[in-house]
Design a protein around this ligand. Structure first.
Ligand code: SF4
Length: 266
């Protein structure tokens, strides 16, 4: 599928839940955020059907995100269902890594290819400050389990304030170099104001070559992270929702006032 700017759309990011087991200061108030009603959350059967249709229209790359995808009950079954769809060349998952120790092997066996793990610092106290409730040892155990399970590559997503030369970022880079991990630096973003930036060491945020569509945890197809536009698959049907989203995909992001990052998998 080509959009009106001739970008080939082949990448589908699916937010399987808006829930997370951390309370990161950058993205969530301490008391949590207003969550989608349980009854509105997209079912595995719906996701399976949507991915089947999307693959028929040219999608060959799927990433599962959240919130935190590993808090969704039955996530391994979902991975297995998606992996069984012929035509998917790349199946990945973005996680905070805290539950990966118990899931990495099961996910790999279910057909997951690779994983991106968020880690902004190596300092346990700073990690606790950033995540409010997280224990950095869980993430290290998760990384070890991912490597051991043969997920490949294991990438680390590191949010930076301004530059990859900041102390935390340099520490994370050295840790990655020593442990056969790829690192991607992502500048802190502001969803409401439309301040977003390119991923350093990846294609994320490069609007000119943006190849992605998103599915929110309540069943809306979004053409762009930084846009309010979304089409409800339950109202329009899957094919129509996808066609409309591709038809209106903007040249670049502007702003998003109606969703939180945790709902759309940002
Ligand atoms: S802002 Fe929108 S168009 Fe640009 S890279 Fe992100 S999702 Fe793609």
């Amino acid at each position: 599928m080509l959009d009106r700017f001739n970008r080939k759309i082949n990448y589908f990011r699916i937010s399987v839940t808006d829930r997370c087991n951390l309370r990161c200061v950058c993205g969530m108030p301490e008391c949590g955020i207003k969550l989608i009603n349980h009854s509105d959350v997209i079912t595995f059967e719906e996701i399976f059907e949507i991915v089947q249709v999307a693959v028929g229209l040219g999608i060959d790359k799927v990433r599962l995100t959240g919130g935190e995808p590993l808090v969704r009950k039955g996530i391994v079954d979902l991975v297995q269902m998606i992996a069984s769809i012929p035509g998917i060349k790349d199946l990945s998952l973005t996680t905070n890594g805290t539950l990966l120790d118990q899931y990495a092997l099961l996910l790999a066996q279910a057909g997951l290819h690779r994983v991106n793990i968020s880690l902004d610092t190596l300092n346990p106290d700073h990690y606790k400050e950033i995540t409010r409730v997280g224990d950095i040892r869980d993430v290290f155990n998760g990384i070890t389990a991912a490597l051991k399970a043969g997920l490949n590559p294991v990438k680390i997503n590191c949010v930076i304030k301004k530059s990859p030369l900041e102390k935390d970022a340099r520490d994370v880079k050295s840790f990655c170099d020593e442990n056969n991990l790829e690192v991607r630096f992502i500048k802190e973003m502001n969803l409401e104001s439309g301040i977003f930036s390119k991923v350093i060491g990846g294609d994320g945020g490069n609007c000119k070559i943006c190849n992605r569509l998103r599915l929110t945890a309540n069943g809306k197809i979004k053409p762009c992270l930084f846009s309010d536009i979304e089409y409800d698959v339950r109202v329009l049907g899957i094919e129509q929702a996808i066609y409309r989203a591709i038809g209106i995909k903007p040249a670049s992001g502007t702003e998003n006032r109606i969703n939180s990052f945790s709902n759309i998998g940002g």
